[in-house]
Design a binder for this molecule. Structure first.
Ligand code: SF4
Length: 512
């Protein structure tokens, strides 16, 4: 390895938090909530005058909700790329000293969620590769043709250190014979199928590109250079990451667009014009932070409208509205406003329950979900409650919450959900249960209500969702609700662990 290709991947194996295995009871105890999980958040910035590593750190901090199992930043000073990534939260992976070691002209960053089995260090990002092009890459999304591409690359002699589809994109770009990184990306983009909101740094620039359907979000921001009267630019999965670093949201990266941030400013090109936009409607419902703007709408307000519409579609006689905190809060407020029924905090959430804690044992487990939510009998006792949450996947948490509220004296529990029933898996970057594990799969709404122990249950309609986000079905993906997958060949998607199941990863993962 020559000095031009220096990288630092610090495994810090001994610092990893143990991820304790679920003991098979599958009762939702280990999940913060048993909802769907976004898989990643990305950030990129070109700003030689600014402390890019620190800005990346704070931006990732704002994107932490998009992934809590690993975090990483790669910076480039025009000569080297330094990558520091590890399992854990942003605040656990980085400290002052590590950030100082990441000084440079530009940086890309990543936060990741993965489930047990592929949450190892080797799948953390940004991914560093130095085949023909030296790059660091951060990706949010999921490729549906990962297995085919992986096989083609291996046949061409490429080796892999991870089992994530993100390294496939990195390998394709890094192995490209194209003269520039932009040409390499333009060559690779048409070969990728699925969701990819991606940022890459090399020695000269930061390049962002998004799939032709625009499935996952990616935004462009502007940041002033103090005293210089000059502006630099950055990318983030969500606009709320710009707020925390004092950047201004400019616009979303267009589906099929590639944008390069260089010394000269912004260069943009539509590489793959999409036949159909298909932005993930679930980002509006659940994934994105409430203070992010998506498609021109403030997420908090869209969710409030979902609650109002839910009330219009499914009113019920009740005394009190209770949100399942925090994700149910905005819709519960909207429902309370529309109905005139007062809202109160009947459930308190313990905010510091992570996914890695000591086994509770059977006795404690019998106490149910008190680690995560505590009902307040003084508030809910004798009341007819409307309990509002944003979605139900397997239903374990919901069932236990209803049980706790009844134990606390609630007279009736009417469940209102600000998403339609989820009956289909996502193949575009969201980790959900299999169809059979979903409580709504193969069940009517009445059957789900019975299964969960609710006196009544209503989900918002799909039309109601589009009314709330002021958008149209034709430009969104709602496949997990409707089963209408916007991409051809989605049925050939091979699942999140396909590369592992096929044993396609290189046997040893050594950091260079
Ligand atoms: S299937 Fe659902 S979660 Fe996945 S992209 Fe489509 S709307 Fe989003």
């Amino acid at each position: 390895m020559n000095s031009q290709q220096r990288t630092t991947d610090r495994a810090a194996e001994d610092q990893r938090e143990p991820v304790l295995a679920n003991d098979g009871l599958d009762d939702g105890f280990f999940d913060d909530r048993d909802g769907p999980r976004d898989e990643c958040g990305v950030f990129g910035i070109y700003a030689p005058e600014l402390d890019v590593a620190r800005l990346a750190y704070f931006a990732l901090y704002a994107l932490q909700h998009r992934g809590q199992e690993s975090a990483g930043i790669a910076s480039s000073d025009g000569t080297h790329i330094i990558t520091l990534r590890d399992t854990g939260l942003v605040s656990q992976v980085f400290d002052e000293e590590k950030l100082r070691g990441l000084s440079g002209n530009m940086a890309v960053g990543h936060v990741r969620y993965s489930t047990t089995g592929s949450s190892g260090w080797e799948n953390t990002q940004p991914i560093y590769r130095a085949d023909n092009h030296m790059i660091a890459l951060a990706h949010n999304g999921n490729l549906i043709n990962a297995v085919e591409l992986h096989a083609e690359l291996r046949e061409a002699g490429a080796t892999f250190r991870s089992t994530s589809d993100s390294e496939i994109i990195a390998a394709m770009v890094s192995n490209s014979k194209a003269a520039t990184i932009k040409d390499a990306v333009a060559e690779v983009m048409p070969q990728l199928k699925g969701a990819f909101s991606t940022v890459i740094a090399n020695k000269e620039m930061v390049v962002a590109f998004r799939d032709p359907q625009g499935l996952r979000p990616l935004a462009l921001g502007k940041i002033e250079v103090p005293g210089e009267g000059e502006a630099r630019y950055c990318f983030a999965s969500e606009s709320s990451a710009f707020d925390i670093i004092g950047a201004e949201f400019l616009r979303e990266v267009e589906p099929g667009e590639m944008i390069a941030l260089t010394e000269r400013g912004i260069e943009t090109q539509i590489v793959c014009p999409g036949e159909r936009r298909a932005f993930c409607v679930f980002e509006h419902i659940y994934f994105a932070r409430p203070d992010s703007h998506l498609e021109g709408q403030l997420v908090q307000q869209s969710r409030g409208r979902m609650g109002q519409i839910l009330w219009r579609e499914a009113p019920v006689e009740a005394d009190m509205v209770v949100a399942v905190p925090d994700s149910g809060n905005p819709a519960a407020k909207g429902l309370s406003r529309a109905s005139g029924i007062p809202m109160d905090d009947g459930l308190i959430k313990n905010r510091y329950v992570g996914r890695t804690f000591i086994q509770p044992g059977q006795e404690l487990r019998k106490l149910g979900l008190r680690m995560k939510f505590t009902p307040l009998p003084e508030i809910v006792s004798g009341q007819r409650l409307i309990v509002v949450d944003d979605s139900i996947v397997r239903g374990n948490t919901t069932r236990q919450i209803i049980g706790m509220l009844r134990d606390a004296g609630a007279k009736e529990v009417h469940l209102r959900i600000s998403a339609p029933p989820i009956r289909n898996s996502c193949h575009y970057g969201i980790d959900m249960s299999t169809n059979e594990q979903m409580v709504a799969y193969g069940r009517t709404v009445e059957e789900v209500a019975k299964e969960l122990g609710a006196d009544s249950l209503a989900y918002i309609s799909l039309d109601g969702i589009y009314e709330a986000i002021k958008g149209e079905r034709e430009t969104h993906c709602d496949a997990c609700f409707s089963g209408d997958y916007p991409l051809a060949d989605t049925d050939r998607a091979t699942g999140k662990f396909a590369l592992e199941e096929l044993g396609l990863a290189a046997p040893a993962a050594t950091a260079s």
